[in-house]
Design a protein around this ligand. Sequence first.
Ligand code: FAD
Ligand code: NAG
Ligand code: NAG
Ligand code: NAG
Length: 533
Amino acid sequence: MKFTIATSTSAFAACVLASGFEPDDFNVTKALVDNGFDVTGIPGLANLAERSSSSACSLACAALRFSFGNGTVLSEGSAGYDSFTGDYWAAQQAVVNPFCVFKPSSASQVSTVVLLSRLTQCPFAVKGGGHAAFAGGSSIEGGITIALEKFTEKTLSADKKIASVGSGNRWADVYPWIEQYGLEVIGGRISSVGVSGLTLGGGISHYANAHGWACDNIESFEVVTASGIIVEASATQSPDLYWALRGGGNNFGIVTKFNMRTFVQGEMWGGQRAHTEDQWDKVYEAYYNYAVNAEKDTKQAQIVSFALQAGMKIAAEDLEYSEPTPWPAVFDDWKAIPAIIDQTAIANMSTLANQLGAGAPDGVQETYWDRTFKVDRDIFKAFIEIFFEMVPAIQDAAGILPVLSFQAITVPAMEKMQQNGGNALGLDPSDGPIFICNLAILWTDVADNARIMSFSNSLYERLVEEAAKKDLNHDYIYMNYASPYQDVIASYGAANKQRLKSISGEYDPTGVFQVLQPGYFKLEGAPYGAFPV
Ligand SMILES: Cc1cc2nc3c(=O)[nH]c(=O)nc-3n(C[C@H](O)[C@H](O)[C@H](O)COP(=O)(O)OP(=O)(O)OC[C@H]3O[C@@H](n4cnc5c(N)ncnc54)[C@H](O)[C@@H]3O)c2cc1C
Ligand SMILES: *[C@@H]1O[C@H](CO)[C@@H](O)[C@H](O)[C@H]1NC(C)=O
Ligand SMILES: *[C@@H]1O[C@H](CO)[C@@H](O)[C@H](O)[C@H]1NC(C)=O
Ligand SMILES: *[C@@H]1O[C@H](CO)[C@@H](O)[C@H](O)[C@H]1NC(C)=O
């Protein structure tokens, strides 16, 4: 059997748009038939109403296999299934067992799996680069994990202004390719991370000060909606959906292609440096000066992290400059601080992304948490003191590496977020600068999970309490670093949450991406709900 969607779906799209995106009497079976998917020819699907819900996923996976071939579906017990489920960044996701894994190779096949999930009520999850740091982020127990790895397209428009990047790519695939043309796109700082999840949650790059975040540099998204309709969302076409996809995560559809704006970029200068504790007062001061003065030179990017590494307290900054200029003047504060490690060098983005990735191994237990705060001269030191006061509670856990990082969201970056109608994050440049305080912990023994999550939650309670003393708390929580106990969408502000819900009501009136795709940060709350007390 062969399926095509192009003609029938666009006719279908034209007719439903006249009466709202999805009419009240939307017929899922008919939409599948319109996709060329022969519902009556698939055993069990035709008389679905009589079946029990427990067979839903068995039926949906069998239908996918029957229609698209054995090569597109992995079932439990096969070697391909085990190597797929084992291949997530966080070990917590690798123990999740979906009923089957489906690997579509076209937007039309993605459309069909969404409709099939609706018809059978078998739930699903979507896996891009698989770097979500908790179970169910991009995996689903007993459901269908839709793996986007076959969406490997990378093409450059004739005028070289737009790079079309399939949603199964990782930054390791994108940077070396685009750099051949002397161009770059806005993306992640580590090679192994997926294009998809990073961009849909925001996407912080070394170029954020000059260009904004990854989501702000997408010209258009090709997205499969809940009705199975493939939409091209841009500032001029479905602008509401375009806005929602800029930070709204997996709540609006499955993106199959990102059309990214390119810019001219050659080699740059950057890398990591590290310092012992006696230098930290100068480190806090240098970071503060960056956060409040970033507009002085928007070619710069800075992150600073504090870790307990093999019993030793260490601070490490990552400095980046988008010209191949060693030690530009904006880094004078840092240059004056003696370093025990200095890896700064002239390099291209792809090389820097490989180097930075070396410290983020796959396959161990992981947790990420974050909150944002207003920038203040004393807050970094206060936070680091609290962190190291609390860390002894977990420092005996096997293989542990706790890291607390600061990433300023500078005023120029916030200003660039407003381009083309703005994004959904709710950040106002007049409120800036703010900074993300991101906790990242890795460890190896599952037995330590509960106390490490509890430590993380308590740490943020202390940080919020500390910040409250000087009124430095900010509402925004960055989705891509949030823990499954944090309500990210609410942190975008009541008005933005309401707007996101009304856009979801338009494109997904029955809540397919809320109910049938339960994982990750939903419009109405955190993946796991509030942290249990
Ligand atoms: C080592 C490391 C380095 C990182 N570096 C950065 C960085 O430099 N900058 C930054 O901003 N963040 C960074 N992050 C955070 C990163 O952005 C998130 O982990 C992000 O979710 C990863 O995307 P992914 O596609 O790899 O993950 P996945 O787990 O595959 O996806 C994350 C979420 O997005 C959904 N999703 C994936 N693809 C699609 C799609 N096509 N359509 C709809 N929904 C989809 C998934 O269902 C899931 O809910 C880093 C994370 C790690 C672990
Ligand atoms: C839905 O569409 C199918 C296929 O076209 C049709 O057989 C069925 O009767 C329709 N159901 C309703 C309720 O209209
Ligand atoms: C697909 O797998 C089934 C069993 O799982 C087998 O009976 C069938 O022959 C396979 N089809 C192809 C085309 O390989
Ligand atoms: C980027 O740097 C790497 C390592 O030095 C090199 O192999 C590659 O050719 C460079 N790419 C470009 C486009 O210069």
